[in-house]
Design a protein around this ligand. Structure first.
Ligand code: GAP
Length: 478
């Protein structure tokens, strides 16, 4: 957190005001660069690799969407309110914290009240007793126009993909499976936002919705490209380290389509610098699954705050298109050109949290080098907010001008950073703390033979490179 705040990764929103709300954070310049590079990698490794299409939909959606999706009825958390001071707590977490008892999210109100009474649980702020538990809907309601029609900020980006499906399918000369991706903000009125980017009220999701024919989930020739992908699966509390093909054969994953997309996701994360040995795909139990999911795996990462979920991989069956068809009274069936049958497509999704991914990447990259007394973010070059720092060793004898010229050339094609303030050692430290893999220094020898030193962040070793070959070096190492 200290590094994130001091080095411009992220900071609380509206922090100069006393009425700033919890659960809203801003990306500073370094965090924003890291986020954009992460998104670019997501586009490259998932969208372009698999010929997916990407849309960008509205964040505010009409009430009918959420009647159909089930969010108005089901997107709720149980809460308890103190009779004396009004403090509100999320009931299931409160009970677990106080009693050590694991409470399913979907426990009925009566059962929650029974446990509260049985354990004589009281408000932690004032020791008051609680009102009967209630369910709190986590969507943000908004009013449209002077007539104040009811609408909602979307709690998951994918709803715009679902309601746009008929037009998307038609304009893209529909085929199945069809993977539609979207990156954007989602909004949830979380009861207890916490741990900076971990539980936010406004956050980025990058979702991929695969529309598929349920009768052809094993007819996927491209599966062969990923069949050897190593996967760590956690099923009913036992771990299995298998490749994608064996995962299907042993019944851990239900079909080729699910195994294919889970493999692509795993290959993507292996390029982000996250230590894949500290990750798993955990199958959710019936009590844990979201109300729309028939089978669900969470991609989870072990961090310094414990295991956290980065991606929900849900098989949503025909739940969404069926409900939107019923409520909108539109026919959302399509013809699958591969067998000419009429189907209501099923959905498998990879619903990724960008903010939690950034949090985990920072967590896994953070390194305290006690010997050299430095903090280093060992980010992979592709995601580093700054790829290369450019420093003049001193600002006299033409070194500053030479370094500035080099920087002016580099900054158009690479994320470069110029710094001439403070000792060279301090400049290296600043760069290491934002994860820049290379520092390029202009010194007296540069003026004689047109070479610079390139210093490697992790090893601190240096080598000399001709100015004319800096781009070749960076292209080979980015
Ligand atoms: N469309 C399915 C869906 O939205 P989800 O498990 O509710 O599934 C998917 O959310 C991902 O979005 C999570 O795995 C997590 O990374 C991210 N996410 C969900 N709620 C979040 C929150 N309050 N703050 C930050 N990220 C969140």
């Amino acid at each position: 957190m200290k590094l994130a705040l001091e080095r411009g990764f992220y900071f609380p929103s509206c922090e100069i005001y006393a009425d700033a709300h919890a659960g809203f954070w801003e990306y500073g310049p370094t965090g924003n660069n890291l986020k954009n590079k992460f998104i670019e990698l997501w586009r490259r490794e998932l969208l372009r690799r698999d010929d997916m299409i990407e849309i960008d939909g509205s964040q505010i959606m009409s009430k009918s969407v959420f009647v159909a999706s089930g969010h108005l009825d089901n997107f709720t958390d149980p809460i308890i309110k103190c009779k004396k001071c009004g403090a509100t707590f999320r009931a299931d977490r409160f009970i677990t914290e106080k009693t050590g008892k694991e409470i399913p999210e979907l426990l009925s109100g009566n059962e929650i009240d029974k446990i509260i009474n049985e354990y004589k649980l009281r408000c932690t702020r004032c020791s008051g007793s609680f009102h009967e538990s209630e369910r709190f809907n986590m969507m943000f309601k908004v009013e449209i126009g002077p007539s104040k029609e009811e609408a909602y900020l979307r709690p998951e980006t994918c709803q715009t993909i679902f309601v746009g499906f008929p037009r998307i399918f038609k304009t893209m000369r529909g085929r199945l499976p069809l993977a539609v991706a979207q990156l954007g903000k989602s909004f949830r009125n979380e009861i207890a936002p916490r741990q900076s980017l971990f539980r936010l009220r406004e956050f980025y999701q990058a979702e991929i919705e695969v529309f598929c024919n349920p009768n052809r989930l094993n007819e996927l020739p491209k599966f062969d490209q990923v069949k050897d992908t190593p996967l760590l699966l956690s099923i009913k509390n036992s771990s299995h380290s298998v490749n994608a093909e064996d995962a299907i054969r042993k019944g851990y994953l239900p079909n080729k389509l699910v195994a294919y997309y889970i493999s692509l996701l795993s290959l993507f994360y292996s390029k982000t610098g996250i230590n894949m040995e500290r990750t798993r795909f955990r199958q959710l139990s019936d009590e844990e699954k979201a109300f729309y999911a028939s089978t669900a795996f969470d991609f989870e990462v072990e961090t310094s705050i414990g295991w956290i979920e980065l991606v929900a991989c849900n098989y949503r069956s025909d739940y969404d298109l069926k409900r939107h068809g019923e409520i909108s009274k539109q026919n959302l069936h399509v013809i699958d050109p591969s067998d000419n049958t009429k189907v209501l497509p099923h959905l498998f999704e990879l619903s990724m949290g960008i903010d939690r991914s950034i949090y985990s990447i920072l967590d896994h990259s953070y390194y305290e080098d006690t010997e050299a007394e430095r903090v280093v973010l060992k980010l992979v070059p592709q995601l580093a907010p700054v790829l290369v720092g450019v420093f003049p060793l001193v600002t006299k004898d033409g070194l500053r001008e030479k370094a500035q010229n080099i920087y002016s050339e580099l900054k158009l094609d690479y994320s470069a950073f110029y710094d001439e303030s403070g000792s060279i050692g301090r400049r290296y430290r600043r760069l290491e703390e934002i994860g820049a893999p290379f520092a390029l220094t202009v010194d007296n020898q540069t003026m004689k033979d047109d070479t610079v030193t390139i210093r490697y962040r992790d090893t601190m070793l240096q080598e000399r490179v001709k100015v004319s070959e800096i781009s070749v070096f960076l292209d080979a190492n980015k």
